[in-house]
Write a protein that binds this ligand. Structure first.
Ligand code: M6R
Length: 614
C-alpha cells in the first residue's frame, strides 16, 4: 500500500528519498511524489504511474534541489480519488508553507473538510489527506509550534494514519506521528530517516525506533524529541533492525517472485533449526506462552487471516483438528470483525499474517484480545503491529518477501502450523509417539523434495505455455489440499489476471460443472491419501464434459495417463505434508504464465503487499 520516506541531515536528500521509495515499490502504488526544503521554500514534485515518471520529472528541476538536505516522499495507492498528479502526495495547505505525506485513511475527512471549507480552505484534491494539511496549518497559525499543531490536529482526526510533516518556517525539522499505521525513525550520525517500512532505510542504518500510536517525534539533524499526544517527553526505545540489505536484491533472478519461490527449501530448514533436532525428540516451541496445563484443557481455537494467510490457516485447521482433536474455526478477518463474535479467555485466537500489518486482521486480533483470548500471532514480521499485540509470537523467519504474490511466507506459515500442531499433540498426548516420530522424520525431508521440484520445471513450463492463452482456469482438490486449490487459483489470478477459481472437487457437480467444456482447463491436485480415488472420480466427471484435464500428482497410477492431457509430477510425500509439496508447482505455473503474458509479476495491478486499510 502507500509508503513514506523522510530525511533530515547533511546529505543530498533527493537520492535518499527516491531510492527509499523504490525500496517500498513492492507494496503497490499508482503515483508518487516528494517535497524538499530548497533555499527559500519547500518545493513539491509529483507524477502518476511508476517511479520512473517521477525521476523524469525531477530531471527537469535538478538545479533546484541539489543542495537540499531535508525532505519527505510518498508512493500512493489510491483510496480517495483517482491516481492523478493532484491527488498524489505530498499535499500542502493553501499557502503552500506546510507539506504533508500520509498513509492510512482519515475516516471523518468529510466532516473535517466541510468545516475547513467554511473557514476558507480551498481544496484541490479529492483525498482524505488534504484535510490534514489544512487542519495542521490552521493549528500552526494559532500555536506557531509545528509539533503542537500536529498533536492538536490529530486529536480531531478519526482513522488510521502515519504522517510526516514539514513547514517552511522550520527549515531543519520533520514532525512525525502515527495511529494504527506503521512508522519508524532510522537513526544515523547527524541525520534521521523516517519510513513506513524497513526496506526504505535499511541501507543507511539498522538503528531505529518504532513510533507507538499517538506519539509525536520531532527530528532535526542533531536530535530526536519524542512526546506523547499531550506533549510529555518520552524516552525513545531504540532497537536494531533485523533485515540485511542483501535480502532486497533479486540475486540474479528475473523477478523477486521467482527468487522467493526458490528460497523455500532454505526457509523450511531455517524454521526447523532449534525447534526439531531429531524425529524422536520433542518439538521445542518456546514461543508458545500458554502453559502445558492450559494447552491440555484447550478445546477451541479460532484462526483469523486474509488472502494467502487465510489459506495457510485452513490447512492449519485440518492439521490441528487431526492431530490434537481441538475444534478449530477459520475465518477471513474482514468477516470476523463485523459480527458478534463468540470468543473468550478459554479460546486461543491465532492471527496469521505475512506483513503483520493487515488492517482487518489487526482489528480482529484487538477485538479478540479485548475479550480476554490468548493471542498467538504467526507472522513474518516480528517487528510489526500484530506482533506487538501477541501473547505468543511465532515468527516464521522467511526473510523479507518483496513480491506482492506471497510464496515463501505461505510455506513458512504452513511450517509454523505443522510445528504448532505436532507440539500441541505432544503436550496433549493426542497422537501416538510412533506416529509423531514418523511425521517428524518426514518433516525433515521436505526441503529436499521441494528442491527436486525446483530442479525440474519442464512439465510446469510446458503447461504454462499451453494454457497461457486461456481466459478461465479451475483448480480442484479435496481434503487437506482444498486450500491448495484456492491458493493455486489466487496466485494465478493475482499475477496473470486469468479468472481462476478453486473448488472442493465434490462441489463441482453442484453447479460449477455447468461451466465445463473443451475450452476450460481443470487442474486436479491429486495427492495420494484418503481422498485420492474420490478426486479421481470427480476428475472423470469433468473429463466427460470435455474439460482440458491437468493433474498435479505424486501418483504413478497409469490410469492418469488416459485421463489427463498434461501431468505435473511431484515427489512422494505423506498426505498431511502434501500441501507444501503441491503448492510449489502451482506457484511456478502462475509465475510462468504471467511471464509468458508479459505481466508485471512482482507488482500486479491494483494490489498492495501490505493492506493497511480495511
Ligand atoms: O500480510 P498478510 O499475510 O496479512 O496479507 C494478507 C493478504 O493481503 C495477502 O496474503 C495477499 O492475498 C497476497 N497478495 C497473496 O499473494
Amino acid at each position: 500500500m502507500c509508503g513514506i520516506v523522510g530525511y533530515v541531515g547533511y546529505k543530498s536528500v533527493m537520492d535518499i528519498l527516491v531510492d527509499g521509495l523504490e525500496q517500498l515499490e513492492y507494496r503497490g502504488y499508482d503515483s508518487s511524489g516528494v517535497a524538499v526544503m530548497c533555499d527559500e521554500k519547500i518545493n513539491v514534485y509529483k507524477a502518476i504511474g511508476k517511479l520512473n515518471n517521477l525521476r523524469e520529472e525531477l530531471q527537469h528541476h535538478r538545479g533546484e534541489f541539489e543542495k537540499s538536505t531535508m525532505g519527505i516522499g510518498h508512493i500512493r495507492w489510491a483510496t480517495h480519488g483517482a491516481p492523478t498528479v493532484i491527488n498524489a502526495h505530498p499535499h500542502t495547505c493553501n499557502c503552500g508553507n506546510l507539506v504533508i505525506v500520509h498513509n492510512g485513511i482519515i475516516e471523518n475527512y468529510k466532516e473535517l473538510r466541510e468545516d475547513l471549507a467554511k473557514k476558507g480552505c480551498v481544496f484541490r484534491s479529492q483525498t482524505d489527506t488534504e484535510v490534514v494539511a489544512h487542519l495542521v496549518a490552521q493549528k500552526y497559525a494559532q500555536t506557531k509550534d509545528l509539533a503542537k499543531a500536529v498533536r492538536e490536529a490529530t486529536k480531531e482526526i478519526d482513522g488510521a494514519y502515519a504522517l510526516c510533516v514539514m513547514h517552511n518556517d522550520c527549515k531543519n525539522t520533520l514532525v512525525l506521528t502515527k495511529r494504527n499505521a506503521p512508522l519508524l525513525v532510522g537513526i544515523g550520525d547527524g541525520e534521521f530517516f523516517a519510513a513506513s517500512d524497513v526496506p526504505a532505510i535499511i541501507k543507511h542504518t539498522k538503528k531505529a525506533m518504532y513510533l507507538s500510536d499517538n506519539q509525536v517525534a520531532v527530528l532535526t539533524p542533531e536530535k530526536m524529541v519524542l512526546t506523547d499526544i499531550d506533549g510529555h517527553e518520552i524516552k525513545p526505545k531504540i532497537e536494531l533492525l533485523p533485515w540485511e540489505p542483501v535480502a532486497l536484491s533479486k540475486m540474479g533472478y528475473k523477478h523477486y517472485m521467482l527468487k522467493e519461490i526458490h528460497e523455500q527449501p532454505d526457509v523450511i530448514r531455517n524454521i526447523l533449526v532449534g525447534k526439531l533436532h531429531a524425529p524422536d525428540e520433542d518439538i521445542i516451541l518456546n514461543e508458545v506462552k500458554l502453559t502445558k496445563e492450559t494447552l491440555k484443557k484447550l478445546n477451541r481455537i479460532q484462526i483469523i487471516a486474509c488472502g494467502t494467510s487465510l489459506h495457510a490457516a485452513m490447512i492449519g485447521k485440518y492439521v490441528i483438528e487431526n492431530y490434537c482433536g481441538i475444534a478449530v474455526d477459520v475465518e477471513a478477518s474482514s468477516e470476523y470483525i463485523y459480527r458478534r463474535n463468540v470468543t473468550d479467555e478459554h479460546t486461543l485466537v491465532i492471527g496469521v499474517s505475512q506483513s503483520g500489518e493487515t488492517a482487518d486482521t489487526l482489528t480482529a486480533i484487538k477485538q479478540a484480545k479485548a475479550k480476554g483470548s490468548h493471542i498467538l500471532i504467526i507472522t513474518n514480521r516480528p517487528d510489526s503491529a500484530m506482533a506487538r499485540e501477541a501473547d505468543s509470537l511465532v515468527p516464521v523467519n522467511a526473510g523479507i518477501e518483496v513480491s506482492v504474490a506471497a510464496t515463501k511466507s505461505y510455506t513458512a506459515q504452513l511450517m509454523a502450523f505443522y510445528l504448532l500442531a505436532l507440539y500441541m499433540a505432544e503436550v496433549k498426548e493426542s497422537t501416538s509417539k510412533a506416529e509423531l516420530t514418523t511425521l517428524k522424520t518426514e518433516l525433515m525431508f521436505l526441503p529436499q523434495k521441494i528442491e527436486q521440484i525446483l530442479a525440474n520445471t519442464d512439465s510446469i513450463q510446458k503447461c504454462a505455455k499451453v494454457y497461457s492463452s486461456t481466459k478461465d482456469f479451475i483448480f480442484v482438490a479435496r481434503g487437506i489440499n482444498y486450500p491448495t486449490a484456492l491458493e493455486g487459483a489466487l496466485k494465478l489470478k493475482e499475477i496473470s489476471y486469468i479468472n481462476a477459481t478453486g473448488y472442493p472437487a465434490g462441489e463441482l457437480k453442484h453447479g460449477p460443472i455447468a461451466m465445463l467444456d473443451e475450452t476450460m482447463p481443470v487442474l486436479s491436485i491429486l495427492m495420494k491419501g484418503c481422498v485420492f480415488e474420490k478426486l479421481l472420480s470427480n476428475s472423470e466427471e469433468a473429463k466427460a464434459r470435455n474439460a482440458r484435464m491437468i493433474a498435479l500428482t505424486n501418483s504413478k497410477d497409469e490410469k492418469l495417463d488416459d485421463l489427463f492431457e498434461n501431468i505435473i509430477r511431484v515427489p512422494d510425500v505423506e498426505e498431511v505434508f502434501s500441501p507444501l509439496v503441491a503448492i510449489v508447482p502451482l506457484q511456478l505455473l502462475a509465475y510462468y504464465i504471467a511471464e509468458f503474458l508479459g505481466k508485471d509479476v512482482d507488482q500486479p495491478r491494483n494490489l498492495a503487499k501490505s493492506v493497511t486499510v480495511e
